[in-house]
Design a protein around this ligand. Structure first.
Ligand code: FES
Length: 200
């Protein structure tokens, strides 16, 4: 801000809530607002770059359009089965489905995992960890009615079976989620649907 006011970069909350400030710091994707310089500086050197695996709009601001388009491709939108006139769906917090959804639900779409993922880098069709993690939360949401379409979408080329289980997403996620585990769940569910003849 002081050294070069023309430098473009993105931020909003500055407290690790919105995920807007993700950039590459000394080669690793991070939330810059929650990164202490003293903890990441290497030999007195600090290199800041835009998020990898995304087009750059200007300077440090990456274009997240491809990231969100992949959310859509993975059917990451909730498909309601009730209207506002219906009773609220009773959800048992201890049920296996709800526990599986809860384990993955805190994603704030910062795209750090997308930038960290080797498979995203070499496979332009790959939906990526965040989109597949989101799909897994919905697969386990008993209120959702979009699973036939969703499982079909994530079973295609570039879907969950393209993941090589490198676990870079899990290593870099700022909120300690494990998208690799979610993707493994999708691999099991899509395989089961395939065997049952439900993938069409
Ligand atoms: Fe919101 Fe960094 S500015 S998480």
């Amino acid at each position: 801000r002081d050294i070069d006011p023309t430098l473009s970069y993105r931020f909003a909350c500055r407290v690790g809530v919105c995920g807007s400030c993700a950039m590459t710091v000394n080669g690793r994707p991070r939330w810059t607002c929650r990164t202490h310089v003293s903890k990441v500086v290497e030999d007195g050197r600090l290199e800041i770059a835009p998020l990898a695996n995304l087009p750059v709009i200007k300077d440090l601001a990456a274009d997240l359009t491809p990231f969100f388009e992949k959310w859509q491709a993975a059917k990451g939108s909730f498909v309601p089965t009730r209207t506002r006139a219906d009773d609220i769906a009773p959800i048992q917090p201890s049920s296996p489905e709800r526990r599986a959804a809860d384990a993955a639900i805190e994603c704030i779409n910062c795209a750090v995992c997308f930038a960290a993922c080797d498979t995203v880098r070499w496979n332009p069709d790959y939906l990526g960890p965040a989109a597949l993690n989101r799909a897994w939360t919905l697969v386990n949401d008993v209120r959702d009615g979009g699973n036939a379409e969703r499982l079909y979408a994530v079973a295609q080329a570039g879907g969950c079976h393209a993941c090589h289980t490198h676990q870079s997403c899990e290593q870099h996620c700022p909120v300690s989620l494990n998208p690799t585990a979610s993707i493994a769940g999708l691999k099991r569910r899509t395989m089961r649907a395939f065997i049952r003849g439900e993938l069409s």
